[in-house]
Design a protein around this ligand. Structure first.
Ligand SMILES: [Zn+2]
Length: 202
């Protein structure tokens, strides 16, 4: 009886020498070991799709970039097949007109790593506006940060000085300032008419 149970357990592991992935999210993002229990197979991509899903875009490869001073996690984004870009001038979809530049957008840091979305911006041949760069849902205009990260910085800027927020999160004072401005524009706080941003303006 006992022997049969042990045999069953081995079969469940694919008959291999197995080291169960003890609840960790594996760094091997493309290929998970066959023996990983189902409940442990949650990939970063799955988590991202829960937190930040955009219906016209998909997440591609994820790589750890160790070429700079600090390692960074780069997450490629691709347009979903057949999706048409949105014009940044009028917000309407239009036919694609080649590629623009490749851009990086800073997302929330993870495990002390900077996290960046990497995306080749498309151009749109817009009927009203002419050729324009597309608008992407995770960021606005020329901002280097994603909206999510801007909200994150802005929330910390309510509690700490902008300079401290910039230092702690390894970003610039300007980025914190832009994040706060975005939060103010979205009407999250009552800024008053005197240009004073209340608790945010420090
Ligand atoms: Zn347009």
């Amino acid at each position: 009886m006992r022997r049969r149970r042990r045999k069953g357990a081995r079969e469940a592991l694919g008959g291999k020498e197995a080291h169960p992935v003890g609840g960790r999210v594996s760094w091997e993002l493309k290929r998970q070991p066959a023996y990983a229990p189902r409940s442990h197979r949650m990939q970063l991509k799955t988590i991202l799709n829960r937190l930040e899903k955009h219906k016209s875009f998909v997440y591609g490869s994820m790589t750890l970039d160790e070429s700079g001073l600090e390692p960074r996690l780069l997450i490629r984004i691709k347009p979903r097949r057949g999706s048409r870009p949105v014009c940044s001038g009028c917000g309407k979809r239009g036919p694609r007109y080649g590629h623009g530049e490749e851009r990086e957008f800073e997302y929330l840091p993870l495990w002390g790593l900077g996290v960046f979305f990497v995306y080749w911006m498309r151009r749109v041949d817009c009927r009203r506006c002419g050729v324009r760069v597309e608008q992407v849902p995770w960021s606005e205009g020329k901002h280097r940060q994603t909206r999510k990260y801007q909200w994150y910085l802005a929330k910390w800027a309510q509690r700490l000085s902008w300079q401290v927020v910039a230092e702690v999160f390894g970003t610039s004072w300007q980025s914190v300032s832009e994040a706060v401005r975005m939060a103010v524009e979205w009407g999250l706080l009552s800024s008053g008419n005197d240009g004073n941003h209340g608790d945010w303006d420090r």
